[in-house]
Write a protein that binds this ligand. Structure first.
Ligand code: BG6
Length: 479
């Protein structure tokens, strides 16, 4: 164990929900597969008073609850738990960091920090780390959202972090980038010849990005009501999906090249006008056959916060001139689904009597993982009454094609990349700034136009106005 190495992983918020559901199961999975160097120490810290043994009990309960049955190997579980240590720390009190540094001991071989904490604790935590000598060159810091709630507050946090760490030590997490199919988007675009020549305004009519959820508030009342769907989902996950879909081919697969291309897209986003967006809030309804309450009942008070947003976005550059990107995300919709749909243009001349549907490329990120190309084909027959055409799917099921490969949750990938110092799947400061600038512009329009939230029944696809957003352009969502 510890004596074999002087490198460590330090988890802030170690007794929180993210740690229980995602971080501890991910670390265990990496350990089980022998992917983390055996000598790495894992030290949890949080405000609550515990010792190493309590934290191991906490981790055991979390793993019992959240690890899939086929992952549980009693011997490896026991050795993983042995590995965990704990240090109580009130991050708002700078004095406590000396004790933390003492617990960590020699960190000269490398220290990776995962910081998921209340926004108010970011600055004191960074200052504490610095004062205790835990911000040296061998330290990397992973930052979990929310990193501010507008450009100004995000800049304050980023400035505080930059006062202690260089940008190449800072790993801003957007867990969507850890998802396998999101990375596959780059493989699809840049490892195949057939898509890229059409991947522009000459070949593509429009693009849709949907991230729909069936869950509601999930016990996050205060946070969610202060945040809303735009800042919770669009500012980060959906804009990253948009950037990966729209970016130019990077010169290679390294962190700088890829992030350079993404940030150009984010900077090219056109400010959105009032009639290009819809805000919604769920009312009572039924999701997956179960009746559910409306948002205000879930919250226990009246609210103007949006739980749904649909936006017609534009990327103002040569490649995407005139191609709308329709984005929509919401809670308590009829189905959990994340997908990118690329609708190509119609053929220039139709030689068949029947109507042709434009080709659609559907990239389903979750819950299923597939890439599906919808193409027109002839129905078998002698065609006495003329050729009959029908749309059929060319299907690539990633789940089937890679049935033997283990499916990993996003945090396994991101934690391993943090520990090993790979920055490609983390968000650079200039990207975050461009994301906030665009989102702040949208919120300004909401405020000046007094844009109200429109109700939608839980279990539907959002307010009717969201359907009208595409229909009035002669297009339709891929429902
Ligand atoms: C989080 C949001 O970032 O992403 C949540 O705060 C949301 O509100 C979650 O539910 C969705 O993530 P996933 O991986 O389940 O699609």
């Amino acid at each position: 164990m510890a004596e074999a190495s002087c490198s460590a992983l330090l988890l802030f918020g170690a007794t929180g929900d993210l740690s229980r559901r995602m971080l501890l199961p991910s670390l265990y999975a990496l350990h089980e597969d022998g992917l983390i160097e055996p000598g790495l120490r894992i030290v949890g810290t949080a405000r609550s008073e515990h010792d190493d043994a309590d934290f191991r009990d906490f981790a055991k309960a979390a793993l019992d609850e959240f690890l899939p049955a086929d992952r549980k190997d009693e011997t490896k579980l026991a050795s993983f738990l042995e590995w965990l240590e704990y240090q109580t720390l009130d991050a708002s009190d700078i004095a406590g960091f000396a004790g933390l540094a003492e617990k960590l001991g020699d960190t000269s071989c490398g220290l990776s920090i995962f910081l998921s904490t209340a926004p108010a604790l970011f600055e004191p935590t960074i200052a504490g780390l610095k004062s205790a000598g835990l911000a040296h060159e061998g330290v990397r810091i992973g930052l979990e959202k929310p990193l501010g709630n507008d450009l100004a507050s995000s800049n304050r946090i980023n400035d505080a972090v930059a006062a202690a760490f260089a940008e190449n030590q800072i790993f801003r997490i957007d867990h969507y980038l850890g998802k396998e199919t999101v990375q596959n988007l780059m493989a699809l675009r840049f490892a195949n010849m057939m898509f890229e020549p059409l991947w522009n305004s000459a070949g593509i009519d429009h693009i849709q990005i949907t991230v729909s959820e069936t869950v509601g508030l999930e016990g996050r009342k205060g946070f969610y009501d202060d945040t809303g769907a735009l800042r919770d989902m669009v500012q980060n996950h959906m804009l990253q999906l948009l950037a990966l879909t729209a970016m130019e081919p990077p010169v290679d697969f390294d962190a700088t090249a890829i992030r350079d291309e993404k940030v150009k897209v984010l900077r090219a986003l056109r400010p959105v006008k009032a009639d290009e967006m819809v805000r919604g809030q769920y009312r009572a309804g039924a999701v997956k056959g179960e009746s559910v309450k409306g948002y205000e009942d879930d919250l226990g008070q009246p609210s103007e916060t949006e739980t749904f947003v649909a936006i017609k976005a534009h990327v103002e550059n040569w490649r995407w001139q005139g191609v709308p990107f329709y984005l929509r995300t919401g809670k308590r919709l009829g189905e959990r689904r994340s997908e990118i749909v690329v609708e190509f243009k119609q053929v220039p001349h139709n030689i068949f009597g029947s109507r042709l549907r434009a080709n659609r490329l559907v990239i389903r990120l979750q819950p299923e993982e597939y890439v599906r190309l919808q193409v027109m084909a002839k129905e078998p027959g002698l065609d006495r009454g003329g050729i009959v055409l029908r749309e059929v799917n060319l299907d690539l099921s990633l789940t089937t094609a890679f049935a033997k490969a283990r499916r990993r949750i996003a945090y396994e990938r991101l934690l391993l990349d943090l520990i090993e110092g790979q920055q490609t799947l983390f968000v650079r400061r200039d990207e975050v700034e461009a994301q906030w600038r665009w989102v702040d512009g949208i919120r300004k329009v909401w405020a000046t136009e007094s844009m109200e939230v429109k109700g939608y029944s839980a279990g539907s696809w959002g307010p009717n106005a969201a359907i009208a957003l595409t229909e009035r352009d002669g297009r339709s969502w891929n429902d």
